[in-house]
Design a protein around this ligand. Structure first.
Ligand SMILES: [Zn+2]
Length: 93
């Protein structure tokens, strides 16, 4: 058996692996950042951090979809917090 051919093959394989490894290391920071953002977003709940209050504008008037009761800003906020209309008690979706 010609060991020099085996060793030559190994060294080529090692060189290819080193090149691939270097490429992975260069790509890793971006991937790591992406992964970190994903994980951070998951734990901080960024995606579902939308307060229901955001849809209410101070000074505007709001109407219940079910009974048409007119609510001012504060009442609309309170009703949204409670989850139902104070007048007809129909739950908001
Ligand atoms: Zn109502």
């Amino acid at each position: 058996m010609d060991f020099s051919a085996v060793l030559a093959g190994l060294s080529v394989t090692a060189a290819v692996m080193a090149i691939i490894g270097a490429g992975l290391l260069m790509a890793a920071p971006d991937f790591g950042r992406w992964l970190t953002n994903k994980v951070a977003g998951f734990f901080s709940g960024d995606d579902e951090d939308e307060s229901p209050h955001d849809e209410f504008v101070e000074g505007e008037r709001y109407f219940c979809d079910s009974c048409g009761w007119e609510m001012d800003y504060d009442t609309a906020l309170a009703s949204a917090d409670a989850g139902y209309c104070y007048k007809c008690a129909v739950e908001f979706e």
